[in-house]
Design a protein around this ligand. Sequence first.
Ligand code: SIN
Length: 480
Amino acid sequence: MDIKNKNLLKNSCLINGQWRESAKSFEVINPYNQELIISVPDCGESETLEAIEAAHKSFESWKSQTAEKRSDILYAWYDLIMKNQEDLATILTTEQGKILAEARAEIAYGASYIKWFAEEARRIYGDTIPGKSQDERIIVIKQAVGPVASITPWNFPMAMIARKIAPALAAGCTAVIKPAEDTPLSALAMAYLAEQAGIPNGVLNVITTSDSSTVGKVLCADDRIKKLSFTGSTKVGKILMEQCSPTLKKLSMELGGNAPMIILDDADIDKAVSGTIASKFRNAGQTCVCANRIYVHESIYDTFIEKLENRIKKIKAGSGLESDSKIGPLINQAAVDKVTRLFEEAKSKGARVIIEPEVKEGLLMSAGMIADVTHDMDIAKEEIFGPLAAIYKFSTDEEMLKLANDTEFGLAAYFFGTDPKRIWHIAENLESGMVGINTGLISNVTAPFGGVKHSGFGREGSKYGIEEYIQIKYLNWNLS
Ligand code: SIN
């Protein structure tokens, strides 16, 4: 791999400050050419328990550090990440497939959470409340929740770790990270830089594994872990929640989405086309907030389709490392098979093919588009998670809102329009945790990221993100 800082490419995992190999290992494969990148330890129960013990033991001293000290270390980590941005982006593209421009953006996006929470670390303020009697004072203090487990997905292998770990460390929590099996290298590179930044031994541990279910079970069952933060599918989120119930952990669940993208008749169509492309094809369609169902008002339906078609035709699928590629490969064969299945099923039920998504070599799939999609098709119910745009027609706002909310998910929703009264009405009535209005990009550190319904709960980023890692204690001080 063509990186300057060779220390970033790790073949070991991090437990209690020790870079450890293990008897068993598994291969990390480049999804573009299916070549072996490197092998990493295939950890199981015993390594996971060691990592938990390390996080447990180091909690006392880490939570007792001054907020300023924790903040300084997070700033140092942020600086190192940005200094190594190019190498980290190359590692990310090589293991995950996304184009280099998006990988660079992800490194900056993830780093922004570390900088943000370096700032928030100093501002975990409490409260004083007038007591019930003249002799009473009520004081509210906020304390770190304890050691946390972070289970992170393959689609944003760097940013999802940063988004969970930065607030955890800022609050005084220690952590065990289990990165996705497909993309452990970004996590290990970040852990290496965390160590260089001065994060003490045991505060941050990374367990790599091909046996997610065993490691997940151990993390959930252990009472020393006080919080689980998970980003991934709704199905797995529900299993983890159940496994956490005997130990009553605090939970954050960022789960699946089925985002509607709505184009109203008074929308600026060119802006709407650009917003749809930005949302739909980010990371080759593999984000939880990708536009999954694109509803277009009947009066502009044909015009929108024509303009979108012209833009989609220009999206080149190729190696993420080549500068003219606009989308990279999908993550694995199951992802390719899923998009193909949804496309074929929709076609068999009458969807109109505008651009056929073609499976090129390996896991590369070209961008596709279908229209006249309806809610009796599987594609309306499932996350596509691939480069296929599905267009639906609507005629009234009430019909459109009913369709948009006709899903168990509620992560993101988007719409384009201009009338302020109508904008308020739609924004307030969409059942989702996040709404993009005249934009297809809603993810940034200043905003609370998270969903409702079966998309989960908890918020990441923004002034709210720190609350997931603190607990409130109140002191009732009797002065008499
Ligand atoms: C996700 O797909 O889970 C996260 C996407 C984002 O942060 O924008």
